[in-house]
Each structure stands twice: as structure tokens, then as C-alpha cells.
Design a binder for this molecule. Structure first.
Ligand SMILES: Nc1nc2c(ncn2[C@@H]2O[C@H](COP(=O)(O)OP(=O)(O)OP(=O)(O)O)[C@@H](O)[C@H]2O)c(=O)[nH]1
Ligand SMILES: [Mg+2]
Length: 260
């Protein structure tokens, strides 16, 4: 479980950023848009009467029809823009929005917030068209906040990822936790595989070239380890190493299940 003290600290960082910014871009991972929403952020923004946009990032990793469905659902609550920082999808739309802000006679500070690893820093780099912020598949890359000027009156604020009080295993499912920090990577991966087997077993088949039919998550983990040839000295499959590899593939966008 993330420690209560950590959560309180995070909460105070969000509060500070949310009060400093007058517009919020809440970045979501397009593969798991609903799980990377953060009720605390949304409630705070509503209370402060500020404008929030959902930026559904990484849409290059999901099918178009799924992305459209996500947009339709999310738009019921906040304006939603489909985006890909790597493939430049949605960039024109977002640039136009920033340009419109630049024509107004007031300062716009846009807080770029969201879970770790959803692509907040990547979004800023793609809008700025150069590397102003460090990007990494390692969740927790960005530590402090950083102000990036887009126009004389328009600024983006890069922020550290924000989580809520939840278990390490839940955070792993959100791509927001370092596999190396897990006490039991195999257990967390089993839980992750259970979820995938439930909603998108075919991605395991295409990513690892295994068969999932009538198999449970433990067998699937074994089969993936076998396929990767991750073996211990005695010849058994190295489940620990296999588990971490699967989690890293998820963080790196190489294993891409998706669900609403
Ligand atoms: N395929 C794909 N990968 C992306 C996209 N945007 C970001 N990534 C990858 O996602 C990972 C995390 O990106 P970051 O920009 O560092 O994410 P962040 O939200 O700033 O992460 P923290 O600073 O750790 O909170 C990196 O490996 C990026 O290359 C995208 O649109 N598509
Ligand atoms: Mg970052």
C-alpha cells in the first residue's frame, strides 16, 4: 500500500499545482483511460471552477474505434482530445487551442497532471517541438515541477505523476509503479495477467507467440518464460525475471492490452 504520508504529500503537491494553474490538462493513458482518471483532481478542479481537458495520450497503441468510444464516454464529463506524443496525433488540435489562448489578454498557466508514466513530459516535448523535459518508461521520472513557455502569456507546467492511496499491485496495473520496487513481482504479474486474460487474451498471443486457450495466468506466465527462454540454473523457468519483463513491456508500450 502506498503510505498514507506519501499520499498526503502528493495530495498537497496537486493542490498547489491546481491552484497555481488556471487550466488543467489531465493526461490519461489511452490503453487504460478510466483507470488513470483521478477523482481527487477532477473534484478539486470542479470546486475551483477551472477548466479541465482530458488528453487521452498513447492513442497510437490502441485501435481507432476503441479510441473513439473512449472519447465519446469521456466527453460527457470534460472536453476530450485524443493524442499521441510519439505519433503526433491530435497535435494540431492542441496547438490551435494554445494559440487561441495566446490571443487573449491574460496569463494561461496550464497544469499538465496525471498518473506517472502516462506521457506528461512527452506531451510537453511534442508541443514545444524539442526536448525540454526528460522522458522515460520509468514511472516517477519527473520529480519537481517545471514551467515551459509556449507563448508570452501561455505556460505549461510539467508535474510529477500523481497517484492516490492504493496498493502497489493496483499501481502496477496502471503502469505507475517500478517493477523493481515490488516485493512480490510474480503475484502482481499474475493479477495483471488475470486482467488481460479476462479482457484481451489475444494481445498475449500476438506479443509473446503463446497460446492462452484454457490456460490460467500462472500457466501463461510459465509459457511466456519458456518462450523467452528465461531459465534458472536448474532448468526451471525464472518466473521472477519473466514477471518483471512482462511489466516492463507494459510500461514501455510493447505489451498493449486496453480496456474501458
Ligand atoms: N507509444 C507511445 N508511447 C508514449 C507516448 N507518450 C509517451 N510515451 C512513452 O511513455 C513513457 C512515459 O513517458 P513520460 O513522458 O516520461 O511520462 P510522464 O507522464 O512524464 O511520466 P512521469 O514523469 O514518470 O510521471 C515513455 O517511455 C514514453 O516514450 C505516446 O503517445 N505513444
Ligand atoms: Mg514526466
Amino acid at each position: 500500500m502506498t503510505k498514507a504520508r506519501e499520499w498526503l504529500r502528493e495530495k498537497s503537491i496537486v493542490k498547489q499545482i491546481l491552484s497555481e494553474a488556471n487550466i488543467i490538462f489531465n493526461v490519461l493513458d489511452g490503453r487504460i483511460p478510466f483507470e488513470t482518471r483521478n477523482k481527487f483532481i477532477e473534484d478539486t478542479v470542479k470546486k475551483q471552477n477551472k477548466k479541465l481537458y482530458f488528453i487521452v495520450n498513447k492513442v497510437d497503441l490502441i485501435p481507432k474505434d476503441f479510441a473513439e468510444k473512449v472519447k465519446k464516454e469521456l466527453s460527457k464529463e470534460f472536453p476530450t482530445i485524443l493524442y499521441s506524443a510519439s505519433k503526433k496525433i491530435g497535435e494540431r488540435k492542441l496547438n490551435r487551442l494554445l494559440k487561441n489562448f495566446s490571443k487573449e489578454r491574460k496569463i494561461f498557466k496550464i497544469g499538465i497532471v496525471g498518473y506517472p508514466n502516462v506521457g506528461k513530459s512527452s506531451l510537453i516535448n511534442s508541443l514545444k517541438k524539442r526536448k525540454v523535459s526528460t522522458v522515460s518508461p520509468k514511472p516517477g521520472m519527473t520529480r519537481g515541477k517545471q514551467l515551459v513557455k509556449m507563448y508570452p502569456n501561455v505556460f505549461l507546467i510539467d508535474t510529477p505523476g500523481i497517484i492516490t492511496l492504493e496498493t502497489d499491485e493496483d499501481l502496477i496495473l496502471k503502469g505507475s509503479y517500478l517493477p523493481e520496487k515490488l516485493e512480490y513481482p510474480v503475484e502482481a504479474t499474475i493479477k495483471f495477467l488475470d486482467k488481460i486474460l479476462n479482457v484481451k487474451p489475444d494481445v498475449l498471443e500476438t506479443t509473446y507467440g503463446i497460446d492462452t486457450k484454457d490456460k490460467d495466468s500462472y500457466q501463461v506466465l510459465n509459457d511466456i518464460g519458456d518462450k523467452l527462454n528465461y531459465k534458472l540454473a536448474g532448468g526451471e523457468i525464472d518466473l521472477d525475471r519473466t514477471a518483471k519483463k512482462i511489466l516492463w513491456d507494459w510500461l514501455k508500450g510493447k505489451l498493449n492490452p486496453y480496456w474501458i
